[in-house]
Design a protein. Sequence first.
Lengths: 217, 217, 217, 217
Amino acid sequence: MKRREVQASVKDEKLVVKRREQMIKGAVALFKQKGFHRTTTREIARASGFSIGTLYEYIRKKEDILYLVVDHMYDQIRERLEKDLELHKGTLESLKLSIAYYFREMAEMQEEVLVMYQEAKSLSKDALPYVLNKEIAMVGMFEEVIRNCVRNGELDLNEKQIKLAAHNLFVQGQMWGFRRWALQKAYTLDEYIESQIELLFQGMQGARTKQETGGER
Amino acid sequence: MKRREVQASVKDEKLVVKRREQMIKGAVALFKQKGFHRTTTREIARASGFSIGTLYEYIRKKEDILYLVVDHMYDQIRERLEKDLELHKGTLESLKLSIAYYFREMAEMQEEVLVMYQEAKSLSKDALPYVLNKEIAMVGMFEEVIRNCVRNGELDLNEKQIKLAAHNLFVQGQMWGFRRWALQKAYTLDEYIESQIELLFQGMQGARTKQETGGER
Amino acid sequence: MKRREVQASVKDEKLVVKRREQMIKGAVALFKQKGFHRTTTREIARASGFSIGTLYEYIRKKEDILYLVVDHMYDQIRERLEKDLELHKGTLESLKLSIAYYFREMAEMQEEVLVMYQEAKSLSKDALPYVLNKEIAMVGMFEEVIRNCVRNGELDLNEKQIKLAAHNLFVQGQMWGFRRWALQKAYTLDEYIESQIELLFQGMQGARTKQETGGER
Amino acid sequence: MKRREVQASVKDEKLVVKRREQMIKGAVALFKQKGFHRTTTREIARASGFSIGTLYEYIRKKEDILYLVVDHMYDQIRERLEKDLELHKGTLESLKLSIAYYFREMAEMQEEVLVMYQEAKSLSKDALPYVLNKEIAMVGMFEEVIRNCVRNGELDLNEKQIKLAAHNLFVQGQMWGFRRWALQKAYTLDEYIESQIELLFQGMQGARTKQETGGER
DNA sequence: CATGAATGAGTATTCATTCAT
DNA sequence: CATGAATGAATACTCATTCAT
C-alpha cells in the first residue's frame, strides 16, 4: 500500500517537504502537550513558524496534519526498528539484544508513542488503513526475526505463537511509554527491559521445571 | 483513594444514582460510536432520555460524564476480575483458568476497553489519578494471585517479575480489543487465549530446553 | 408544492414564528443595503435582536435566511396582488384599475423587489423551485383575470398572448423598481403607470388606425 | 461619459488588451456557471491561462474583473443592437424586423444577460454609473428608431410613451433569458417573438375595436 | 513581465454551559 | 426537579491581495 497523498496547493516539491517538516515538528510538540483535538490549527501554524494561510497551502484539512504526524512517527519507529533488527544473526542472544535495543528506542520515543496510541483513532476511516498497514509491517519484521530463530532451531514455536510473540513484543516495547504512570514508578528502564526479557524467554515457569532447566550443563 | 465526587445540584441521592445510570448508559453507547470529543452534551442528554438542562443538574462539566463513564467501566472490569480470580486456589492450573476467564471477559467488553484506552487521556489532571488508581488496584489483584503461586512453590519469580507479569497479563487481556484490527483477523478468540497462555507460561524457550523440560516424568 | 421546511432546533412553534419574523425584518433591512453575500450572519443576528447562537437555533444555514426572506416577500406580493385582483369584474376598466393598483404596490415594495431580483439566484437548486413556483402562481393570477376579460368579449387574445401579457404585466410592475435608476428620473409614478397602461392597451398602433379607433362614437 | 479606467501595472498597451481579453473570456465562462461571488480570483487566473500574480498585473481588485466583464457584455450587446437597427428605414415593418432581430440576439446571449442582471449590482457605486450609462445609450437607440416612426407618421406616440416603449422593448428582449425557467417551457423562441410583437403593436385591445380596426380598407 | 508562496482578516457554524420559567 | 431557549467564545477554513524572486 502506498503512502496516502496529502494534497498541497504549493507546487514546489522541495518546499512542500520542508514546510511539512516544520509543520510536523510544531504539531508533534503541541500534540504531546494537549492532544490533537485540543490543539487549534492556528497554534500549529504559529508553532510551525508560519501563518494560518500558509498552513493551509500545505494541507487540506486539520486531519491531514494528524495523518502526516502519525505517518512520520511510524516511519521513525520503523527506521529504528530496522536498524535494531538488521544486526540480528538468528541466535537467541542476538534476538535478546535486538529486543533490548527496540525497547530502548521506544523509551526514547515514548511521547510520540503516546500520541500515536491516543490520537490515531481520530484519523478518518480513509486514512487509518495506511498507518495500520505500517504497523502490521513492523510487527511482520519481528515475526521474521523470530521465525529465523525457529528455523535455526534456537526456538520452538508454532506459527500462531510466532505471530503473537511478535505482537506482544511490539506492544511491550511501547508499554513503557503508555503505562509510564505505573511502570516508571516501579522500575528503571534497565530493570524493565531486563525483567521483560526474562519473562519473555523463561515464561512463568513452574519452579521445579526451572530448576531442572537451569540445572542443565 | 476514594471515589472522586461529581457534584450534582439535585439533592435526592436515589435520583442522582438513577439519572447517572441513565447517563452512563447513553454516553457509553455514543462514545463507542464516535468517541468523547465528537459526542455532544445534547446527544448524551437525548440518549439518556432527558433534557440538556436536566443533564446539567447531575454534572458540572462535560468531562464529568467521561469520568463517570470511565469510572463505571473500571468498576465493571474490576467486578468481573474479582469473580475470575476468587476461585483461584494458588495452583498453576487455576491461574491459567483465571487468566482465560479474564481474557474472555475483556473480549466481551472490548468496545468499552477501546473507549477507555482512547478517551481516558481526555480526563483532566484532576480526575486521571482516580481512575489510574483503580487500574493499579486491578493490576494488584493479578499480582496477588501470582504471588500466591510463588508462595506455594508453583512459580519461581522475583518481585519485579511478578509485578511485570501482572502488567503484561492485564494489558494482554485488553490487547484483543485494542488491536483487534490485526489480531481478530489472524486468530479466533480461543486460539488467541490458548497461544497467549502458552507463551506466558513457557516463554520463548530454547528448543532443547523445552524437550528436556517436557521430558520430565 | 408545499412550503419548504426550514429546520429549527427550537420546538415552541409560536416562538419560531416570532423569532423568524424578527430575523426576516432584520435581514431584509441588511439585504436592501448590502445584498445577501455581503451581509454576515452576525450582522443579521444583531439586527434581529439576538445572538449568533440564537440565530442558529432557528435556521440551519445562512442560505435558509435568504429563503425565508424571499419566501416572505413573495407572500407579501401575493397577498397584495390578491387584494388588487379580487375586485375585478371582468371589464377592461376594472382590469386597468387592478393593474394600476398592482403597479403602485410594487412601487411601494421596490426595495424588496430589488432584493428578490438580485439575490434569488443565490438560493440553492434545492430551494429555488419553491419560490419560482410562487411566482408562477402569481403570473397565473394575472392570466386568469385577463382570460376572464377575453371570455367576456372585452379582449380578443389567444392563449399564448394571454400568458405572455400576464408575464409582461408582472415584470412591468417590478420594472419601476429594478430600473429605477432610469425610470424614476424620467417619470413620476403616476406618469409611469398611465403611460404603461396606454401602451399596454393601445399597443404601438399605426397613427391612422388610432385616429379611426379613437374616432368611434 | 468615458469608459472607466481599470489600472494596470503593465505598460505595454497591446499586452494589456490581450490579457484582458483572455481574462474576460475566462471570467465569463465562470460567472455563467457560479456567479461572481462564488468565483475566486485564482479560478479566473487559471481559466485565463495565467497565474494569480499575472492577473493582478492587469487589475487592481476583483471587482475590476466584474466591471471589465459587464462592460464587455454591454459592448457586445450594443454592437449587435447597432447592426439590428441600422437597416431600419423608419417604417413599421422594418421596426418589427429590428425588434425580432434584437430578440433573437438576446436569446443567443441569454447567459450573458443573466450574468449582467444578477451581478451588476455587485459593482461599486463607483463603477455602476458607467455601465448604466451604456444601457441608457442603448435604450436611447430604440427610442430613436421609434421616434423616427412617429416622425414618419407610422406611429402615434407621445414622448413619454416613446421612452417607455423603448424601455419595454429593451427589457422584453432580455426577458426571454432572465425568465427562461417560465417562458422557455411555454414557448419556442419564434412563438415568443411573434406573440410579443403582436402584443406590442396591437396592445390588449377591446374586441370590437380590433374588429373595426381590422375592418378598415 | 511572470510567477506563486505568503499572509491574515474575515466568516459560517458549533456547542458547552446557564438560567428563567 | 425539569425544561429548553439563549448565549457567545471558540474554531476550521477561505480567499483577495501582496511582493520577493
